[in-house]
Design a protein around this ligand. Sequence first.
Ligand code: HEM
Length: 404
Amino acid sequence: MSTVTDANETADLPVYPGERSARCPFDPPADYAKWREAEGLRRAVWNGHTVWVVSRIEDIKAAMTDPRVSADIVGRLQGEERGEGAPPIFPRMDDPEHARLRRMLTKDFTVKKVQAMRPRIQEMVDDFLDQMIAKGQPADIVRDFALPVPSFVISLLLGVPYADHELFQQYTSVMMSLHRPQEERTAASRALFGYLRELVARKEAEPGDDLISRLLGEHVANGDIDRDTVAMNGHLLLNAGHETTANMIALSTLFLLRHPDDLARIRDTDDPKVVSGAVEELLRHLSIVHSLVARVAVEDVEIGGRLVKAGEGLVMNLPAGNRDPEFLAEPDEFDIGRDVRGHVAFGHGTHQCIGQILARAELEIALPTLLRRLPDLQLAVVFEELRFRGDMSIYGVHELPVTW
Ligand code: HEM
């Protein structure tokens, strides 16, 4: 079933994800528009494999809802990254097993649950800003604000001690790197799994008001899942829950610093709808998940007029899909006021992001609070010196030094 990667075959193919231009690192690489408009699906090399890159939004949605297209890419497009003894994760499974395992978590990500968390999120956003301000200028928005906020939120939800955040941030960062050797990524994943196994044992002895304790009480006790699956769910959520939101906070801050009129609209409004509209447009426009969403055809399937053969891989080009003129007029413009429902920044179909309501709440709180409390926020280095995360599966900026 595996896709053969033959050096000759891949010699002339572009590598996916491509490089964003240094002049405009908020836009997808220029080639993506050509791929989308001329070809729809085109071959490229992703993670060492020849795959089809899917760039039109309609094709992305078709691929992500077709039962002949599977999320189980481990051993086909992806090496075994979990490490020995770790159970599989549901994002790499298909329904009905995917849906069975996912359902056990949805209670913790509902509108009601997130609504109840908002005051606590606001409190911690203010606390992290107090600490950053007290430490003095310049500060690094990534290290001092964008990473701590989602790290704290996900720790609270899972019942992971926040004091351990440096440890799990370090593991996650190795796992998300596109260039680190597979063995290093596997070692980091295994270490994080070991940490969560110990935590699960502690929660079993002393349950708390958190997701891990709830899974143990509601689903391990009756045999739905075992303890290692609980630990692996913790692993998954720690991973998925903080790098994504952190990079959205940091890259959005930078984008707004470069677009002062939009920044002022978010800072000065007392209408929550303006903020939520702006967050949605930032999610679409920046499309930070540029490399992670991969699938494999389990039967021959036609997508966008191309035959994708059984065993061939597909990677969803979410940045290109979100800039598709068939989806939205003037897709390269940034326009806070417009309706961008139907964008694919959180994916599409049965695997669509489970944490999207929480992520939106974090962004809707973090961005205006930062801009209001530090109205004179500005870059502490020249723009050209910033290092962008073309080397990671989640795009963003490595550091964001600021003064205020
Ligand atoms: C899935 C994006 C925040 C947990 C996804 C997918 C995308 C995505 C594109 C689809 C992956 C696929 O189909 O292969 C984002 C973005 C975020 C964010 C842009 C922040 C701005 C979060 C948060 C959590 C989370 C805060 C949890 C606390 C997950 C999980 C999945 C997922 C568990 C897998 C769902 C499944 O396979 O059923 N996310 N995410 N994400 N996300 Fe998020």
